[in-house]
Structure formats: structure tokens, C-alpha cells
Design a protein around this ligand. Structure first.
Ligand code: TYM
Length: 334
């Protein structure tokens, strides 16, 4: 049984990465590099479960790699690659499609959200998306998976699939059961317009999110316009119950200022939200605009980005092929 600590995570190349991706996932990706071997994947096969224009998909793959690098993922420490360049993902996904159960997939809330009211029209790929995600993780026998809270259910499914494979093929411990690593306060960064919805690339209004490439001006405007509360900032978290937009702003501020929620409320209670917003905009500008500038700079050097992906692909393929050889053997595929 492999007891090695190995991190795997993925990000879809579907356009602008935002503050939710950054606080919920990317920042954690960067800090984990110090402790463990890490594999970070641009999951283009996941992206095409909803139609993507081919040239936009290609641009978005580069932009996602540039975002990985700009936030501090080091290609000399971590493996960075594009999912479709390692064919083992698709092959293992097929095997796991035969292990995973329809009843399990029927419970996936993200499919229900994404497919909307007309499920009959959703792609089959979107439905079996969580099996591909399990394949991504198990292909490398990853032990830890840093993600935002929205991916928790998919991770639980991955553990169920791994366990069933180990049972079915009588190989206890063959696939490790991966541990989700979910940030505490910022596991779900919410929309700046509606505190009950998570911040997402797909929400129509750009004012709902801070994009990593936003300028100083855009960040200031978006925070100024963000929904908050007409009452002053309360003394304790209890006062933020039923005020999801205000809670979201306080949470983001607490994370960026590295102060606990209690400390932030202590300092700010009685003040108007405009006070918090001014300070929050400053912190965001300091943290996000250098990342955005670096993304734009890196996007002007496609040969470098291609080189990073190529090197990652080669390293990922070596691990994937070795593991797939053993997986095929377990299943009885000659
Ligand atoms: P994706 O591309 O939607 O998002 C990438 C990462 O960002 C996190 N995230 C958030 N965290 C906090 N607040 C938010 N508002 C927010 N929005 C997004 C996501 O949880 C994720 O960690 N299915 C995955 C990609 C994937 C994957 C994998 C992840 C494919 N294979 C294997 C881990 C392991 C997804 O669609 O992430």
C-alpha cells in the first residue's frame, strides 16, 4: 500500500479565475508545495462537459496555467499539466464508470444545479463528470485534495469509488481514500451581489466577483457596489446571522488581513460598512493586482507556458502509466 503524501487538484479552463478560486483553492495549492509533492491540472476534459468554443478553450488553458504560475505555483516543485495531454485520465474514467453507481451520481447536487430544469438536454459527460474527477485523483493515487467546499460531495464520491474498487477487485488499500483539504473561512466565497450564491465564473454580472485580472479601479468599484447592510457592523458573529452579504465581506477581510473574525468585529463594530469596504478594497488591490499583472505578462510568453505544460505532461505521464499498468492488471485487462 502506498502511504506517500501526494496532492492532486484541478481547475477548469472556463475563463476568468476569481477571488473564490484564489482563496478557496489556489492559495492553498501554493502553500502545500512546501510540505508535499503536488500535481496541479488544468482540467480541459471537464470543461468540455458544457460546450466550449475551441479557440476560447485553448486561450483559457493558457490563462489557467498563467494563473497557476502567477499565484506562486512553482513548476520546478510541482507538476503542472493539461488533463487531455495524459490519456490515462480518460482511460481510468471509463474503468471507474463501470465501478461507480447510477444511484450515487443521481445524488450529485452540482449536476442538478448545472443541468438546471432540463436535465434531458445536459451532456452525458456532465452527468458522469464526478467519475472523471475520481479518475484524476486516483490515477496518481493522491492522498490529499485541496478544493473549495463546492467540491466536497465529489470528493466523497471519489472515496466511495476507490473503496468499491478495492473491494470488488479484492485489493484493500490499492487506492488510498483521498482526504479533502478545505479552507476554513473561505471554503465558499460568496457572490458580491447575492450572499446566498457562491462567487462563480458563470454568474452574469461581473460585479458579482473579483477577477484575478481586475484593475485597481475595477476592484474599488466592485467593492463599493457590493451588497452589505444598512445597520452598522455588529460586535459578534451572531449579529451577522441572516446577513450573508455582510458576513461574506467580513470573512474575506478576515482572511486577507490574517486576523480572526472576532478580532475584525472587535475592531470594526459600530462602524458603517463603507469603512470596512475601503480597507477591504486596499487589501484586495495589494494582493490581487500584482497577480493580475503577472498573468497578463505570462500570457505574452506562450512558448514558456507551452514548455511548462510539456514538462508537466512528461512527468505526469510517467506516474500515470505506471499506475495504469497495475490498475489494468487488477481489472483483468490484458
Ligand atoms: P472549478 O474549476 O470550478 O474551481 C476550481 C477550484 O476553486 C474552488 N472554488 C471556490 N472556492 C471557494 N469559493 C468559491 N466561490 C469557489 N469557486 C470555486 C473549487 O472548489 C475548486 O477547488 N471539479 C473541479 C475541478 C476538478 C478537480 C479534479 C478538483 C476536476 N478534477 C480533481 C480536484 C480534484 C471544478 O470544477 O473546479
Amino acid at each position: 500500500m502506498s502511504k506517500k503524501k501526494l496532492v492532486f487538484s484541478g481547475v477548469q479552463p472556463t475563463g476568468n479565475l476569481h477571488l473564490g478560486n484564489y482563496l478557496g483553492a489556489l492559495k492553498n495549492f501554493v502553500s502545500l508545495q512546501k510540505e508535499m509533492e503536488c500535481i496541479y491540472c488544468v482540467v480541459d476534459l471537464h470543461a468540455i462537459t458544457s460546450f466550449q468554443k475551441p479557440n476560447e478553450l485553448e486561450d483559457n488553458v493558457f490563462e489557467t496555467v498563467a494563473s497557476f504560475l502567477a499565484t506562486g505555483i512553482d513548476p520546478n516543485k510541482s507538476i503542472i499539466f493539461n488533463q487531455s495531454s495524459v490519456s490515462g485520465h480518460a482511460e481510468l474514467a471509463w474503468i471507474l464508470n463501470c465501478v461507480s453507481r447510477i444511484g450515487w451520481l443521481n445524488r450529485m447536487t452540482q449536476f442538478k444545479d448545472k443541468a438546471g430544469s432540463d436535465k434531458e438536454k445536459a451532456s452525458v459527460g456532465l452527468y458522469i463528470y464526478p467519475n472523471l474527477m475520481a479518475a484524476d485523483i486516483l490515477l496518481y493515487k493522491a492522498s490529499h485534495v485541496p478544493v473549495g467546499a463546492d467540491q466536497k460531495q465529489h470528493l466523497e464520491l471519489c472515496r466511495d469509488i476507490a473503496q468499491k474498487f478495492n473491494n470488488d477487485f479484492n485489493c484493500e488499500g490499492f487506492f488510498p481514500l483521498p482526504e479533502p483539504l478545505i479552507q476554513k473561512n473561505v471554503s465558499r466565497v460568496m457572490s458580491l451581489r447575492d450572499g446566498n450564491k457562491k462567487m462563480s465564473k458563470s454568474e452574469e454580472s461581473d460585479y458579482s466577483r473579483i477577477n484575478l485580472k481586475d484593475t485597481t479601479d475595477e476592484i474599488s468599484k466592485k467593492i463599493k457596489k457590493a451588497k452589505s447592510d444598512s445597520e452598522p457592523i455588529p460586535q459578534s458573529l451572531k449579529g451577522l446571522e441572516k446577513k450573508p452579504e455582510a458576513l461574506n465581506l467580513v470573512n474575506i477581510y478576515s482572511e486577507l488581513s490574517k486576523s480572526s473574525l472576532d478580532k475584525v468585529l472587535n475592531e470594526m463594530s459600530g462602524k458603517e460598512y463603507s469603512f470596512l469596504k475601503t480597507k477591504l478594497a486596499e487589501l484586495l488591490i495589494n494582493e490581487i493586482t500584482p497577480v493580475g499583472k503577472e498573468i497578463k505578462k505570462l500570457l505574452n510568453d506562450k512558448p514558456y507556458l507551452k514548455q511548462v505544460l510539456k514538462k508537466g505532461e512528461e512527468k505526469a505521464n510517467i506516474i500515470a502509466e505506471e499506475n495504469l499498468k497495475n490498475i489494468r492488471e487488477k481489472v483483468g485487462l490484458i
